[in-house]
Design a protein around this ligand. Sequence first.
Ligand code: AMP
Length: 616
Amino acid sequence: MILLRMSYLCTQILNKSMTFNDLGLRSQVVKAVTDMGFEQPTPIQLEAIPHLLKSKSDFVGLAQTGTGKTAAFGLPLVNRITESRKYPTGLIICPTRELCLQIAKDLQNYSKYEKSVTVEAVYGGADIQRQIKNIRNGVSIIVATPGRLVDLIKRKAIQLNEVEVVVLDEADEMLNMGFKEDLDFILSATPEEKSTWLFSATMPKEVARIGKTYMTDPLEVSIGNKNEGNANIDHIYFSVKERDRYAALKRLIDFNPKIFGLVFCRTRRETQQVAEKLGKEGYSAEALHGDLSQAQRDRVMNLFRSRSIQLLVATDVAARGIDVDDITHVINYNLPDEVENYTHRSGRTARAGNTGESLVLINTREKYKINQIEKIIGSKFTQAEIPGPEAICAIQLESMINKVKATKVNEEEIAPFIPHILADLEELSKEEVIKKFVSAEFNRFLDYYKKAGDLNAKASDRGGDDRGGDDRGADRGRDRGRSRDRGRTDENKQRFFVSLGDKDGLNPGGLLRVICDATGLKSDTIGRIDIMPAFSFFDADKSDAEKILAQVNGADFEGKSMNIEKTQEKSKGGGGRGRGGSRGGSRSGGDRRSGGRSGGGSRSGGRSSGGSSRRR
Ligand code: AMP
């Protein structure tokens, strides 16, 4: 394999003196690119284009999304086609419908002065008959998602015998999404004699395998290091208690009034919930996930692209192929299950030479994930503090004042109202008027933050948690119990049984979040929490008991329904861990003795072994 690894800086310097005219492209292609406002080639274009124009060899381009790789393969491909043919010369395979449409649009722009180039995008979820008809009319470049292309090949609706160039774009994403078999099938349907150009942000083993199996001595160009993230991205993490995750998200948004960002969640349900909550609280946010219909997804993407919304809350899969430039922030509300996906998330910001921030919220036991990601992206995270209320209020005020200063006054339309308004405000000095207008806008915000405290997790919140998510030993169970044991063991408390426990991923913060979200109660009204392997207990004020029962029962926790019941006796004193036993009449003495994790081991009349007893 011929390896050409460019230092980013070196290519940038070279880049300064090179134009598209110097790369060997035909004048019509250069003209089209100039029309698009591209003045100089990006590093990947600089490396790829001259080579792909001259050589028939295979090619591997390792470059992040946003580096200009579509033009790096698209321009030489368009340049190669000089005559109309019935069957495709170029085949581009990419992971998502959005990317497919974007690439097709870019190619149409590059070839706008080339009559012989015709481009067709084929992707799932659209009318296949129309696609077949267009292909039959003769197309020189097909841009396809793997699933739909396999379908077309199996229907014998597409003829790939004359393909000269196959481009695999975002190869790592395609393999991540489970398209390995489809790619093998497609590549085996193309001629032996062809050039294969593979583009990928990272080079995991599976992508290297494709290179080995289907390519011969490819020229490999890497912008930055293999698997490395974009150097223009600042990676910053914030350590918060689990129950404060959502409040912390809001602060990050509030601290960045001009944010135009993507918020990543782990599940569709979490995505929907976070977007809905943000929407209800006046944030400009919409959800994007696989439960939405194609029409709904298109609507949301159009809102985001046109900047009619500031925040897109998305799952990893739904956000693939999002090609929006100028995204200022990627917020990882929760880190992805597969840490490798972090690179794809953060790569949505800092596109096309911009800078951007990738912010990560972790709870106190997730620090190990940051270490894992640092190894993958080859750069360090900065730890930062969730901004406090004062800093946020100052930023928001400043932003509001700037907005006021920049507001254009529509003199004509407002003129008829002014005399009346001035007369109404006559009593007030200029300073008073300003204060009142600012307060009218800002009081709600100030009120919200008045009582807001510090959301940063302290070292003491950590217990033994930093060892990571798989470290589910007894110590952790004890820490969990203790963390909510506030010694308020009065008879005004009601103890509740909860049908989910440690093995469902529940922890005290998560339980608190569910309770407080469902009821609107403040977290300090909830007392001791005991998380057991299969179920849990918590104490709450008796006066809130009915509300809690009515509103928490059936609530969702990460896709599971949480059922709760009052235990049969009230929590009794005695302190320590024995209170869990109060739920079961005659068993309470035994539970009190057992202490530790068995404190909540069984429900009334149930079996005494903590692990096996579950709601019946
Ligand atoms: P891509 O990585 O192909 O998705 O490109 C990212 C963004 O950079 C797109 O908005 C392109 O239109 C833009 N772009 C690509 N090449 C250039 C260039 N040479 N000069 C300016 N913008 C470019």
